[in-house]
Design a protein around this ligand. Sequence first.
Ligand SMILES: [Zn+2]
Ligand SMILES: [Zn+2]
Length: 243
Amino acid sequence: MTMAKVTEGVHFIEGQDEFIPDSHVYVVGDLSSCDLSVVDAGLMGKGAYKIRSIQEMGIDLKDIKRIIMTHTHLDHVGCLAEILQEIPWAEIWIHRLEAELMEKGDERTVYGMDMFREMCQIQYALKPGAFTFQVNRKLEGGESLNIGGMVWEVIHIPGHSMGSIGLYHGPQRVLIPGDVIYADYAIGRFDLHGADASELKKSLMRLAELEVDILLPGHNRIVRDLPPGYILETAKQWEPNLA
Ligand SMILES: [Zn+2]
Ligand SMILES: [Zn+2]
């Protein structure tokens, strides 16, 4: 089984890293609600794996109503088109700051840096404009999303990218922070296009206000029993680098 239940209404599909990492995918929503959301997509070529993993759970693809992106880096958005081909009815929800870039075909955030863009376009035969999407809902942060029989709060946490969001489920103390914070006191890089170290510091402090037991980052291991104060401790350890 490639997809695992984390807790009620939260399922996990582990990324399959290549020489570029592949982001994890989370499926959120009560399975009986028929109103499921996929959080993030993954790297180019991983769409079939992600779709197959969802189907192996016995989920009817028709129940997937939307794809919510934590942010639009290549390792998260790379197979969005592949997934949309299988579920063309799914809406795309992205923070406004990155949604506006995607709609214009501005791919600076997708690739992060010019050298990486050139390498990837050759390696994967990607054409300029390959990541132009129409976004159905532009998120701002501060929304309470009533989806799949659950309420998820959207938190705008820029710094790793300008439109990074976290999704927080208060009742079960679950946080999906994208690439802003990981397990093992690691944080997302802050040297790519649209990144900002001081914004990242503020975003970590914002997340530190939340009660989190289950941390579900975009990469590496997930944590089901996060120690109290973990996010604040991580922010403090990184503070000298985020001035
Ligand atoms: Zn990222
Ligand atoms: Zn990532």
